[in-house]
Design a protein around this ligand. Structure first.
Ligand code: URP
Ligand code: ZN
Ligand code: ZN
Length: 468
């Protein structure tokens, strides 16, 4: 067979194996894995490089409305560009239902935002903020059939949170239709009570974002979400877990026999609440929810990754510019932490951070890295085996990594819309030097190679491995 492209002499790594092989690519898919493949239009020499499945970041916020006068720093163009620079070939972004809006209307809006703008492949999770009988009874079942097979519900944020009975009704629909529900677990009433107390005490600085969202508020909501899922008998994903106590709730639910997936994120390995406690509002850069905790919580999250409590390592990329009236330092945000938009950029840094801090420092092996950053995302969100692995028949989504390459993270490198990275100056060992999406080289030497319009496509998805 004559291939379109052959990658020669790579060390191929999947979630289960590592082996020396050439990779033959034809019509955007992997057509052969063998040594000695030569016949090709283009030959890429990967001697000394690792060939990993392109990263799949299944928790990314792009171009979402974020409150009066606040603008998210990335749209689908800049967000997926940064994703590609950081070694990702697919992102799963959120399609946020506005109150009173039908899910179909919301999807129309988000498809229009994404169409022709994506540099990598993209799919949508639905965010359910208004679970009316029509939404749950008619729209959602039809949309799951159409390939929108996951959704997120919030237990916090005024205007977004659902009551427990609404969560139960949503979970019940998910069980009947085979959708997978992601849950943001923080106790909104407790947080609002604590914000009120902080206001009485005149505490308005960014650092108080952390003290109004304590571990107990996350642990309690995690326990409640797991109990609600148990009552309805449906699998769920607990997203962005920040600490040991919430993590132990997942372990315990599994011991009871529940099917649960867990996710953590770079900010819970690399940041602490001390990062919010800085001069001149600098702490606003690190305001996200749940907030970063302490060193012991970082250690717990590493333990969860090492021991398989967490299936997913995602960025929760939710970028706002720092020095900007439409971003972190908006007029109200400068005066009160409550108005600092929640979220930090991370889609470009997720993979290098886990590679450097996890693989190179011996905490996880390469196969775990692939599982946590690509394969498990594909399986849990209905994209496997088309995505998330290197196998014959899979899309040729391949990140070539130089495991020795030393880099220093800077904001410019990441090519996102934010004016900062929380990881400025971090020394990194190991870097994705080339990215192929469906067989086409999208990134080389830290820059996009596309001359024409972006070639990322929308992905309709099957059902989750947790549901089937
Ligand atoms: O602070 C965060 N994480 N913002 C993004 C929205 C969310 O809750 O995932
Ligand atoms: Zn969330
Ligand atoms: Zn999020």
């Amino acid at each position: 067979m004559r291939f379109d492209t052959v990658i020669r002499n790579a060390t191929v790594v999947t979630a289960s194996d590592s082996f020396k092989s050439d990779i033959g690519i034809k019509d955007g898919r992997i057509a052969a894995l063998a040594l000695g493949l030569t016949e090709a239009g283009e030959v890429i020499d990967a001697t000394g490089l690792l060939a990993l499945p392109g990263g799949i970041d299944s928790h990314v916020h792009l171009d979402q409305p974020s409150g009066d006068g606040i603008v998210m720093a990335d749209d689908f163009d800049s967000g997926t560009r940064s994703a590609a620079i950081g070694g990702n070939s697919t992102v799963l972004a959120f399609c946020m239902q506005e109150k009173g809006q039908s899910l179909r209307e919301a999807l129309k809006v988000y498809h229009a935002k994404a169409d022709d703008k994506c540099h990598v492949d993209v799919a949508f999770h639905l965010v359910i903020t208004d679970p009316t009988p029509e939404v749950l009874g008619q729209e959602l079942p039809a949309l799951v059939e159409d390939g929108y097979t996951s959704l997120k519900v919030f237990m916090t944020y005024e205007g977004l949170r659902l009551r427990d009975d609404e969560i139960l009704a949503t979970l019940d629909t998910a069980r009947r239709t085979g959708a997978l529900v992601m849950v943001h677990c923080e106790n909104e009433d407790a947080i609002r009570y604590l914000i009120g107390r902080h206001e009485e005490e005149g505490k308005f600085a960014p650092k108080f974002h952390a003290s109004t969202r304590p571990v107990a508020a996350e642990r309690e909501a995690t326990h409640r979400a797991l109990s609600l899922a148990e009552i309805v008998d449906v699998p769920i994903v607990i997203v962005h877990v920040s600490n040991r106590e919430a993590m132990e709730e997942i372990r315990r639910a599994r011991q009871r026999g529940q099917k649960i997936a867990g996710e953590t994120c770079p900010q819970y390995l690399m940041l602490t609440a001390d990062d919010l406690d800085q001069e001149a509002l600098e702490g606003a850069k690190y305001v996200c929810s749940p907030p970063p905790r302490d060193k012991a919580s970082q250690d717990a999250c590493w333990e969860g990754l090492e021991q398989g409590v967490f299936d997913l390592f995602s960025s929760d990329h939710c970028p706002f510019r720092f020095d900007d009236a439409e971003g972190k330092l908006n007029e109200k945000g400068k005066r009160h932490f409550r108005w600092i938009p929640n979220g930090i950029p991370g889609v470009g840094t997720r993979l290098p951070i886990l590679f450097s801090e996890g693989v190179r420092k011996g905490r996880i092996d390469l196969n775990q890295f692939v599982a946590l950053t690509a394969t498990n995302h594909a399986k849990l969100y209905g994209l496997y085996p088309r995505k998330g692995t290197i196998a014959i028949g899979a899309d040729a989504d391949i990140a070539l990594w130089d495991p020795e390459k030393r880099m220093t993270l800077t904001n410019d490198l990441l090519q996102h819309g934010a004016d900062y990275t929380p990881y400025e100056g971090l020394a990194i060992e190991g870097w994705p030097v080339r990215l192929l999406v469906r067989g086409r080289t999208i990134v080389e030497d830290g820059a996009l190679t596309e001359q024409e319009r972006p070639t990322g496509t929308y992905l309709s998805r099957g059902k989750s491995s947790l549901v089937r």
